[in-house]
Design a protein around this ligand. Structure first.
Ligand SMILES: C[S@@+](CC[C@H](N)C(=O)[O-])C[C@H]1O[C@@H](n2cnc3c(N)ncnc32)[C@H](O)[C@@H]1O
Length: 412
């Protein structure tokens, strides 16, 4: 009976939650106020709640209990105790691919039920960026992504040795990337930010665009336009500005890729720059300039020499990360797409005037929407006459990772 009691608690929690804070914080607060739940109870209740969100916009009319059990079926990749108790008839069908599971659900509903299609989960297919595989993207909502580490230079053997010693299984999807099961506890095992940075696999791959810029600077003939002059390869440090730095994920990456940099970081949130300060200290980055700046309304305040490289990892819908935070999919208002696209255009417009002629502009989002990706690229080319050198969609949905979009421009 405890499984049905877990289901009831999940329903109550979902009724109280309104999407205004991350569900992870909400449920943590709930459990800290209700100590009677043991670790197994907490695990089951949170699994049921997250499953509910993973159904996205589908089946809004279904009673919450049924919606949760349906979602649990879609999220289960092998038979399990929880589903065995809540819906035994579906438990032996958990290994079926999603389209067949949807068929099982539709058959079960009979003539009275509403027919479910993949389109109901994520009804904005037409708004997606080119090259997104819609079916694979939708299927990925039912799997929790991995936790990824970017191992810093020289720390590979140490990090892997420590993980092995702690009995934490890991894979290696990339040269300096380690993938761990999402619930892995690495605090106290790895020296975070010093030995390895917690950073999604696709986010790490933005480093490939940075390497491309670095190589273009070292071999200028490959990218130089007729009038521009690439930043010199002299030992002088490259002036790099991370304009939407948050707690510094891309800045630390840039620090690790460019041999000598004079780094400026800005963000509209003072609190996040405080987090950056702590991470930079752990990462051994001591010399940098940090400012609070709202680039939606003005350029960088004060006098600043022009930059060799500007990184704008802009605020966005975060739709490429929704398998990590499925509550955002559930509560998503599609009007946000236009709102973010406009904000992104303002931010890039206030950043680009700070770029040197010949300098490089790196634009990135963790969005899957065309308006935040290709449309902003077009805006940058048309309104700011930057030359697009390279753009890439880093699809993470087949690798238990996020999906990011990135592009490199050069100013003539
Ligand atoms: C996607 S996050 C950046 C993540 C970061 N680059 C990293 O790799 O960890 C976008 C950041 O843009 C900041 N932001 C939002 N609006 C802004 C604005 N008007 N001006 C400057 N930064 C802004 C947000 O506070 C947020 O920290």
């Amino acid at each position: 009976m405890k499984y049905f009691s877990h289901l009831n608690t999940a329903v109550q929690l979902l009724q109280q939650y309104n999407g205004s804070q991350p569900f992870g914080s909400f449920i943590k607060q709930f459990f800290s106020q209700h100590k009677k739940y043991g670790s197994k109870d907490r695990k089951n209740i949170s699994q049921l709640c997250y499953a509910f969100f993973r159904l996205g916009k589908a089946l809004p009319q279904l009673p919450a209990e049924e919606r949760i059990v349906t979602a649990l079926f879609f999220c289960s990749h092998e038979p399990n105790e929880l589903l065995q108790h809540l819906k035994p008839a579906w438990n032996e069908k958990t290994r079926l691919p999603l389209p067949e599971k949807i068929q099982v659900f539709n058959d079960d509903q009979g003539a009275a039920g509403q027919i479910l299609t993949m389109y109901d989960l994520f009804p904005w297919r037409e708004a997606l960026s080119d090259d997104i595989n819609y079916e694979h993207f939708c299927v990925s909502f039912f799997t929790q992504p991995d936790l990824f580490l970017r191992v810093r230079a020289g720390a590979g053997a140490t990090v892997k040795g420590k993980l092995q010693q702690a009995g934490i299984p890991f894979g290696e999807p990339g040269a300096s990337c380690v993938a761990l099961p999402n619930a892995s506890k690495i605090d106290g095992v790895i020296e975070i930010d010093k030995e390895a940075v917690i950073q999604d696999f696709s986010s790490q791959r933005i480093g490939e665009l940075m390497e491309y810029i670095r190589d273009s600077i070292e071999r200028p003939s490959t990218t130089l336009g007729a009038r521009g002059s690439a930043p010199s390869t002299s030992p002088k440090a490259l002036r790099i500005w991370d304009a939407c730095a948050a707690s510094g994920g891309k800045s630390i990456l840039a620090h690790d890729i460019f041999p000598k940099i004079d780094l400026t970081v800005t963000d509209v949130r003072k609190s996040i720059l405080f987090n950056l300060e702590k991470r930079f200290a752990a990462a051994g980055i001591r010399h940098y300039h940090s400012y609070v700046a709202d680039l939606s309304s003005s350029m960088l305040p004060g006098e600043h020499p022009l930059f060799d490289i500007i990184i704008t990892d802009v605020p966005c819908t975060g739709s490429g990360t929704w398998s990590r935070t499925p509550e955002q999919l559930y509560y998503f208002d599609p009007q946000q797409i236009e709102k973010y696209s406009n904000l992104q255009k303002k931010i890039v417009s206030n950043a680009i005037p700070h770029l040197k002629p010949g300098g490089f502009f790196l634009y990135c989002t963790c969005s899957v929407f065309r308006k935040e990706n290709e449309e902003v690229l077009q805006f940058i080319q048309e309104q700011h006459s930057l030359q697009l050198l390279r753009s890439t969609l880093l699809t993470g949905y087949d690798q238990k990772a996020d999906t990011l979009f990135g592009a490199v421009f050069q100013k003539q």
